[in-house]
Write a protein that binds this ligand. Structure first.
Ligand code: PEP
Ligand code: MN
Length: 263
């Protein structure tokens, strides 16, 4: 299997009862990190009630500083499994280390490869041996073709369920956290059959910018979004500044679904 265009036929990647692919716009939402039990259950119910398709939340966090909150680890996985049980939503969470996979697989429906690990080829090869869908985030300084070649590592191992995520790249601009390369979305679609979603949160860096970027993603043909949301952003242990309050999820989801319908 190859990431290159299958004569213009886009592929579909299933996730629980939802899927990424033609004719649908799929919303993954949840906190940056699993902070504690009540937070995750509250956010999980809000995501489900607003019509979200999957719940995200990091148990293993790739923080710039080794002294910053690193995630709850194994305890976070248990909470994600409980959130899946009580909400019925599939779980998306980041894998940092192949040694965590045996503990992760029973709790997780889609494995996220973070931007900082996009070219961790040993990790990509390992994910290629699995049949769990992979969400591959574009690296901070990775070209479109380098991103597709990273996806190719996973497909080459036999796992064809890969979804690409544009999450913003490093440029000279300092007015926001990362430059959302919205122009990359149609190029990924030209060069590959894989579904492509957008993460507006890490590019925005601030809550007020999240919905506008999400609408842009829907307008330019993305297959979905992954967005950070929190029931109490000020109390978030990670990325609270860019968290959309869960009370605004209906506005976000109604907006992107409407834009995607006319795009
Ligand atoms: C995240 O999704 O919380 C995250 C760390 O994303 P990225 O790898 O894109 O920075
Ligand atoms: Mn985050």
């Amino acid at each position: 299997a190859s990431v290159q265009s299958r004569m213009g036929r886009p592929s579909t990647v299933a996730l629980g009862e939802a899927a990424f692919g033609p004719g649908q716009f799929t919303v993954i939402a949840g906190p940056c990190s699993v902070d504690n039990h009540d937070q995750l259950m509250e956010v999980g119910h809000a995501v489900r009630d607003a019509g979200g398709h999957a719940l995200r939340g990091g148990a293993f966090k790739p923080r710039s500083s080794p002294y910053a909150f690193q995630g709850l680890g194994r305890r976070g996985l248990e909470l994600l499994a409980e959130a899946r049980r009580v909400t019925g939503l599939p779980i998306v969470t980041e894998v940092l280390d192949v040694r965590d996979l045996p503990a992760m697989l029973p709790c997780v429906d889609m494995l996220q490869v973070g931007a900082r690990n996009m070219q961790n080829f040993a990790l990509l090869r390992e994910l290629g041996t699995l049949r769990t869908p992979v969400l591959l985030k574009r690296g901070l300084a990775a070209s479109i073709d380098e991103t597709l070649m990273a996806a190719e590592y996973i497909l080459d191992g036999g796992n064809t369920d890969v979804v690409i995520c544009e999450r913003g790249i490093r440029t000279f601009e300092t007015g926001y956290r990362f430059t959302l390369d919205i122009g990359a979305v149609p190029v990924f679609k030209e060069r590959s059959h894989l579904p492509i979603i957008v993460d507006p949160s890490h590019a925005a860096g601030e809550t007020a910018r999240v919905i506008p970027l999400a609408l842009a993603a829907a307008a330019c043909g993305a297959d979905g979004i992954i967005v950070e949301t929190h029931s109490d952003p000020a109390a978030a242990l990670c990325d609270g500044k860019q968290a959309l309050p869960t009370s605004r999820l209906p506005e976000l989801i109604d907006g992107v679904v409407n834009v995607a319908r006319v795009a």
